[in-house]
Design a protein around this ligand. Structure first.
Ligand code: FES
Length: 581
């Protein structure tokens, strides 16, 4: 046994593959040796899987080949043996109909690959939006020692001296085109200016949010969330992450020791303080389901109550991730939140969350405010209930026009996304600034895959009149880079017969965020009549056609429980499958 592996206090899982001097051990070692691996790598040292979501179809993760080399260096440095493997990657900019359709599929890919192979611990390389929750979910179901390396944000984009925030800038410019304030040529010319390098969106969108949540959960090294993708320090933390993965195996620090209710509460509170994405709600609910931690939709409202908005980043504020990194990143936020967090929660560093950030208080940058100078006093995501959303709906007040948080207006209904696209800019559309835009058929089953269509575009004629926000309601999600008075994740969704299916244009809808109320002013008798007019099971045609999509539609749960597949919830452990030789 080598000097490095002498510290290993128990037989590693990988020895079930590599430890025998029999035919089975021969096959397992021989295959690996074909890659030029020396015999000493099978001496019982921790074998670390490096799960790489590199793909040219996921440009945000296109630097991961390089980054994985640094993870491997760290594994070797600490006396481990790295084995890199791919899982399906999810590129937010390209995949149709929605990456969310495939989040659960990738989680299965990761879970089954890890369990079926001789791995003692795992490094999850996450970047573009859904790659993070997908890998976290799959890893939680296996429950080996696990550590996350985020890919980091792309560099700040500018055109003609104007900052172009990833995603958010696209929505803003396209509204300018639709309002006749920007030419199509100018719009297209901005394409190459927005994402200037590898790395995920540089706003506090879903990718940045999930990277911050990884750090808040204690599943990544301190500072992991904000280091830019192209910064040399991203390589350093990659190497440190690989080294730490080896130590986690030696310490027997499985994922469930870190991923506790306290850690999830920390993530919910940090999400409020950073002005994080609404997508965090659905991903954390799904993750809790895998980890068998009791967490419900209403917890997001209750747990984050009184947490102030501290981070001034687009879309809730005006700065970008490079500015956040320069301000000190998430450790500064954690220190500022202080007693609002469970600072005694254990993390993958082997220390508590509080110990990790001790002394990391930043330099007073206005990008990260103090609690006494918060951007908003109460920044949590609000969970709404009412006859329009019996199982709940959410809104991000920090990204909405404050005057619209209490609003009553007549519905303008779009039956599905095609209907929306066909009519939203129709000059004859009966809509005014007080209307409530309603979109059906965009929930987990409905589209399927719950696309990020919840921030319905403002009708062109209202845009031209200077309208910038309206109340919008749907069973869809919204990009973390989007903003507005947008009610999302209405559950049950219209496609499975939720009350949203029965809303008609002209109905009056009341939104009252302070009272957490979403109410359709239609008598119950009339609702029953409308319900009976629609075929049992709701308004959407049942999905067929076989393949993964059919499996998904038949098993996906509603948004209020995380839209996981029902048979994937819970831990199935890392039990070694029988050898095939
Ligand atoms: Fe990949 Fe935004 S497109 S994170």
């Amino acid at each position: 046994m080598s000097e490095n592996t002498a510290e290993t206090t128990h037989t590693t899982r990988s020895q079930a593959w590599f430890g025998g001097r029999d035919k089975v051990g021969f096959f397992h070692r021989s295959g690996i040796k074909a890659m030029g691996v020396p015999d000493r790598m099978f001496d019982g040292r921790p074998v670390i899987g490096i799960c790489n979501t590199w793909s040219q179809l996921a440009p945000c993760n296109a630097h991961f080949r390089d980054l994985a080399e640094y993870v491997a260096r760290g594994v070797y440095e600490a006396g481990g043996f790295p084995l890199e493997f791919p899982v399906t990657s999810l590129g937010e900019t390209l995949m149709r109909p929605s990456t969310m359709l495939y989040r659960n599929l990738v989680s299965m890919d990761l879970e089954e690959t890890v369990r079926a192979n001789p791995l003692d611990g795992v490094v999850l390389m996450c970047g573009c939006d859904k790659t993070t929750p997908a890998l976290l979910m799959g890893a939680a179901s296996v429950d080996l020692p696990t550590i996350v390396l985020s890919g980091g944000p792309t560099s700040t984009g500018r055109r003609n001296g104007v900052q172009l925030p990833s995603g958010t800038g696209t929505y803003a410019m396209y509204d300018q085109v639709r309002a006749g304030e920007m030419s199509t040529d100018e719009f297209v010319a901005a394409e190459a200016c927005m994402w200037r390098s590898n790395g995920h969106c540089n706003t506090m969108g879903t990718a940045s949010t999930m990277a911050a949540i990884v750090e808040a959960l204690g599943l990544g090294l301190t500072g992991n969330a904000a280091i830019p993708a192209v910064d040399a320090r991203r390589r350093v933390i990659a190497q440190d992450t690989g080294a730490r993965a080896v130590e986690l195996v030696r310490e027997g620090m499985v994922m469930s020791k870190v991923l506790t209710r306290a850690a999830l509460e920390n993530a919910i509170r940090v999400n409020a303080a950073i002005g994080g994405s609404t997508n965090a709600v659905i991903h954390l609910l799904a993750l809790a389901g895998r980890a068998e931690v009791d967490l419900c939709l209403d917890d997001f409202d209750a747990v984050a109550a009184g947490v102030p908005l501290l981070v001034d980043l687009v879309p809730s504020g005006k700065h970008l991730m490079e500015d956040f990194f320069d301000a000190g990143g998430l450790p500064v936020v954690i220190n500022e939140l202080g007693s609002l967090l469970h600072l005694d929660a254990i993390t993958v560093t082997g220390r508590t969350l509080g110990e990790n950030v001790d002394g990391l208080t930043g330099w007073g940058s206005p990008v990260i405010r103090t609690r006494g100078d918060a951007l908003q006093e109460d920044a949590g995501i609000a969970v709404l209930h009412g006859n329009l959303a019996p199982s709940g709906a959410i809104i991000k007040p920090s990204a909405a026009t404050p005057e619209l948080l209490v609003h009553r207006g007549r519905a303008v209904v779009f039956e599905d996304i095609d209907d929306l696209r066909a009519r939203i800019d129709d000059p004859d559309l009966e809509v005014d600034v007080d209307s409530v835009l309603v979109l059906k058929g965009a929930g987990p089953c409905g589209y399927p895959g719950m696309p990020e269509m919840g921030n319905l575009p403002i009708p062109a004629k209202l845009l031209a009149a200077g309208v910038t926000d309206m109340v919008r309601i749907s069973d869809a999600r919204m990009s973390g880079t989007a903003f507005g008075a947008v009610v999302l994740h209405v559950a049950p969704e219209s496609a499975v017969g939720g009350p949203l299916a029965f809303v008609r244009s002209g109905d009056v809808i009341e939104l009252d965020v302070p009272r957490r109320r979403l109410h359709l002013e239609v008598e119950e008798e009339e609702m029953t009549r409308r319900r009976n007019e629609i075929r049992p099971g709701g308004g959407a045609e049942p999905a067929g056609g076989g393949g993964y999509t059919q499996l998904y539609v038949e098993h996906v749960m509603q948004a209020d429980t995380g839209a996981d597949l029902d048979f994937l919830r819970g831990k199935r452990g890392s039990g070694v499958p029988r050898a095939s030789h």
